[in-house]
Unconditional design. Structure first.
Lengths: 311, 281
């Protein structure tokens, strides 16, 4: 215990040592977190890592939009309307003669910021409510849980449309309203995990050490629910992107001429009937690919953990 | 120092509304530096007595009687006062050390937060003291242990960490709830020895809950035999062993597993019992 044992890889010892015990050790070693990245890639699997790369590319695209977009997303002209895809315009032009590729690249910005707001606001509110409910328990828990149940009754879209009707159409209004609609789903998951954690003996032992409820919640329970919070954020991001795109499609979210994927699907609708498919299809593809990537990463993070394979 | 008087614990079943009395008016007192062993079979109310002292009786339970620690009424204490008493005067060593520690945090955090969060010692000072405490319970590579997660340490090691944590606040009263039941036999002996030594060094009072009559006799000044929520008799280990007052105690004595038959108890017990008698003399 005191002397430093020479580090030896399992399996390099004598044959007698290379027994079941060594194999158990090897198995055990795999369970010890090695590095964040290796653990993450093990959790995600190959498709998950691919999804993560897609997400990174989309984010990079949003950040580098001014550098990589071949044209000004707002500049067009009636003479250049509905051009088919060519080397000059890789995805063609839209009904106003604007380069679709450039609008998709710029659109990544608005299309990502909205869901990001929803994911973050939802996570913060849901965590606050869930941990408050779990720590105080009893009536506080009952009150918070019932309020969440009531919130469940409202379809998210309806809440968002209501908010937009009151505060006027904008991406921020729509995102915040959607976030409130998402809270009960996340809060319920976090509450159930935190509740299980709260009833474990180590929480009682911390209480008996005289540690205050607030510190126990922040230092002990919160770290134990962070996987659920992260998973929820990833999955919510995908859902939020679809719902925000739908709101933009209905004209209640992002307002033209700002480039936004949902809005582009909507704008392309009229052209679609005239045989110009590029705008709607490419914008739709952008949404589908991004949402699928977020969804897969979220599922892997949450599903694997739920299966108990990795703690 | 600790005074428990006619302690009655009643538990009400939330579904049926039926009340059951679990402890039937027990009284005992504990002087400073004294150790009391609570022995009895499972379900006799040993752990429940500890829970009443700590104020963690199950929900729906009603406690009557009085429990005072140096004149402070523990039953009426609540909120901040109770938190302070727990932080400064009481320490619990629970049965399963794996349960006592948060699985996702290094064990160093457990020791440090006991001192810095509960008793507002500066964090840096708490860390130095944590290493110090670990050395005191016989852990030499303190840095590695402080950085380890609970699943990387053995049960015996973890229980030492828990004992170190219990000692960190220099409590008045140590409550040990079968602290060695979850450990293997050789580790048990080590952990008990460390616990006993530390307790004597710091002059702490202790209530030691166990099934093991021999073990309790070895490390406790007095024993209280419990059955069905009642304390049948309290006396020194010698009194209990040589002149049991009740049939139950006699039955309990004869129910001990005997390694050496013919009425002799194991030599190890005799030695230890002897040593503890000498300590008192």
């Amino acid at each position: 215990m005191t002397t430093q044992k020479p580090a030896r890889e399992p399996g390099t010892g004598t044959r007698a040592q290379n027994t079941i015990a060594v194999q158990l050790l090897r198995k055990h070693r795999n369970d010890v977190p090695v590095s964040g990245w290796r653990l993450l890639s093990r959790r995600l699997g190959p498709v998950g890592v691919g999804s993560l790369v897609v997400i990174a590319l989309v984010v990079l695209m949003a950040i580098l939009a001014p550098v990589i977009a071949p044209y000004d997303p707002y500049a067009g002209g009636v003479t250049a309307r509905h051009e088919a895809w060519s080397l000059a315009h890789l995805m063609g032009t839209d009904q106003s003669g604007r380069d679709i590729l450039s609008r998709i690249i710029w659109g990544a910005r608005t299309s990502l910021i909205g869901p990001a707001i929803v994911a973050v606001v939802t996570a913060v509110l849901a965590t606050l409510l869930a941990l408050t409910a779990v720590w105080f328990g009893g009536r506080v828990d009952a009150l918070i849980s019932r309020v969440l149940d009531i919130l469940f009754a409202f379809p998210n879209m309806l809440l968002a449309i209501l908010a937009v009707a009151i505060f006027g159409p904008s991406m921020l209004t729509a995102s915040l309203a959607l976030a409130i609609g998402f809270v009960p789903y996340s809060a319920r998951v976090i509450r159930s995990v935190a509740l299980r954690e709260r009833n474990l003996p180590y929480v009682a032992s911390a209480r008996l050490q005289g540690i205050s409820g607030f510190l126990i919640t922040v230092r002990h329970i919160l770290p134990n629910v962070r996987t659920q919070i992260l998973t929820g954020m990833t999955i919510n991001f995908g859902y939020a992107m679809i719902e925000l795109a739908a709101l933009s499609f209905l004209g209640l979210g992002v307002q033209p001429p700002t480039p936004d994927w949902g809005l582009m699907v909507s704008n392309g609708q009229a052209s679609l009937q005239q045989g110009y498919w590029e705008q709607s299809i490419f914008a739709g593809l952008a949404i589908v690919i991004t949402v699928a990537a977020f969804g897969y990463v979220g599922e892997q993070l949450g599903g694997r953990r739920a299966a108990g394979r990795i703690r | 120092m600790l005074n428990v008087e006619s302690l009655v614990l009643t538990v009400t079943d939330p579904d049926t509304g039926q009340s059951t009395e679990i402890l039937h008016g027990n009284s005992f007192a504990l002087g400073a530096g004294e150790s009391l062993g609570l022995v009895g079979e499972s379900g006799s109310g040993k752990s429940m007595t500890l829970k009443c002292i700590l104020g963690i009786e199950p929900s729906g339970a009603r406690v009557a009687g009085s429990i005072t620690l140096d004149g402070t009424d523990l039953l009426s204490a609540g909120g901040e006062e109770l938190r302070r008493i727990r932080a400064n005067d009481l320490a619990l060593i629970a049965q399963n050390p794996h349960g006592s520690l948060n699985p996702v945090l290094p064990v160093g955090r457990f020791l440090v937060e006991g001192m810095s969060d509960a008793r507002s010692l500066p964090a840096a000072e708490a860390r130095t003291r944590a290493a110090d405490l670990l050395r005191q319970v016989g852990i030499t590579d303190t840095e590695r242990v402080l950085r380890s997660y609970p699943h990387q340490l053995s049960g015996g090691m973890l229980q030492r960490v828990v004992i170190a944590g219990a000692m960190s606040g220099e409590p008045k009263l140590l409550l040990a709830d079968e602290p060695t039941t979850a450990l293997d036999v050789t580790t048990q002996a080590e952990v008990v020895a460390i616990l006993d030594e530390k307790r004597r060094q710091h002059g702490l009072s202790m209530i030691y809950v166990t099934h093991d009559l021999d073990l309790a006799a070895a490390i406790c000044d007095r024993l209280a035999v419990m059955k069905d929520g009642e304390i049948l008799e309290i006396g020194t280990p010698e009194e209990i062993r040589d002149r049991p007052k009740t049939d139950y105690t006699r039955a309990l004595m004869s129910a001990r597993p005997q390694l050496y038959p013919e009425g002799r108890s194991a030599p190890a017990l005799d030695d230890e019992a002897h040593a503890s008698t000498e300590d008192r003399a």
